[in-house]
Design a protein around this ligand. Structure first.
Ligand SMILES: NC(=O)C1=CN([C@@H]2O[C@H](COP(=O)(O)OP(=O)(O)OC[C@H]3O[C@@H](n4cnc5c(N)ncnc54)[C@H](O)[C@@H]3O)[C@@H](O)[C@H]2O)C=CC1
Ligand SMILES: O=C(O)C1=N[C@H](C(=O)O)C[C@H](O)C1
Length: 269
């Protein structure tokens, strides 16, 4: 009989947490074995199906991540940077695949994942959807084909609850554009202009963030030259695309060598 991996979802009550719980419980390729919320949350101790307003699913929400991880083969984590760092150490201790969707991590926080990745598989991406990861590849290609006559701007839109900007996806797209051009993103990044900024610097990659209503996630990469413009666009209309990608990553990571991977590895793009 094929082994069906047990999955823990962190940030159970969040927008992505609830979508992930639904995706895993609906799947016949994985089992939901644990759900974690932060200490003091009113879901702790409740059956997560009931807490979500539906039928009981036989999994109780806990604030003890290590206890939950020790029953599992993978942890899917869409929470917040500090929580994700704590979960990385615990997932490594439990030898679970750690799928990280959390965005807004600083360079130092990303570097701090390294010790955990010596003991366990980490799959991290600012966007787990097939469409965006394909767009990343296209952005790299287009940027490599065009010279600096084409100004590159990344424009993103999200719901009014989002706490980080630019989005993780915008940064992935900016990195891809910089890589295609053969430059360092840090050297050319220009974020959110305001005031008398002076004329646009040739070669810069600009970032702009819109926040409003219930926008799930929208990303444009604009290549603008005198006389013509190219726009590469991804529109997310359903968070299920991120949850499906994350579950795919959790299954893909089973039996892989410890290390850090991304969705390009998972999807073979
Ligand atoms: N990579 C991707 O494809 C995607 C990434 N995201 C990212 O996922 C993250 C979460 O997004 P949302 O679900 O919209 O946010 P949210 O605010 O709805 O949910 C976050 C959840 O994490 C929980 N949490 C925070 N600290 C915790 C801790 N120490 N222990 C346990 N739980 C903790 C909160 O209580 C909350 O339930 C964000 O960083 C967002 O940018 C969101 C969608 C797609
Ligand atoms: O916070 C969100 O909602 C999203 N976050 C990710 C990001 O920062 O790019 C992915 C997606 O766009 C939704």
């Amino acid at each position: 009989m094929t082994h069906i991996p047990g999955i823990v979802i962190t940030g159970a009550s969040g927008r992505m947490g609830q979508m992930l719980i639904k995706t895993v419980t609906d799947s016949d390729q994985a089992r939901l074995v644990g759900v974690v919320e932060r200490k003091g949350h009113d879901w702790i101790g409740q059956d997560v199906g009931k807490a979500m307003g539906g039928q009981a699913v036989g999994v109780t929400v806990t604030d003890d991540p290590l206890e939950a991880f020790s029953q599992a083969q993978a942890v899917i984590d869409f929470t917040a940077p500090e929580a994700t760092l704590e979960f990385a150490a615990l997932a490594a201790q439990a030898r679970c695949v750690h799928v990280i969707g959390t965005t807004g991590m600083s360079d130092e926080q990303i570097a701090a994942l390294e010790p955990a990745s010596r003991h366990a598989v980490i799959v991290r991406a600012g966007n787990m959807s097939l469409g965006v990861n394909l767009l990343v590849q296209l952005t790299k290609k287009v940027a490599a084909a065009l010279d600096e006559d084409f100004d590159i701007e990344v424009i993103e839109g999200h719901h009014h609850h989002k706490v980080d900007a630019p989005s993780g996806t915008a940064l992935m797209l900016g990195e891809a554009a910089a890589e295609g051009r053969g430059v360092n993103l840090a050297d050319v990044s220009d974020r959110g202009r305001d005031g008398i900024t002076g004329a646009r610097k040739r070669g810069d990659i600009g970032f702009h963030a819109i926040r409003g209503g219930d926008i799930v996630g929208e990303h444009d990469v604009l290549f603008a030259a005198p006389g013509e413009r190219i726009v590469l666009r991804h529109l997310a209309t359903d968070r299920a695309i991120f949850a499906r990608g994350a579950l795919k990553a959790a299954l893909w990571g089973q039996g892989k060598a410890p290390g850090q991977y991304d969705m390009v590895d998972v999807l073979g793009l």
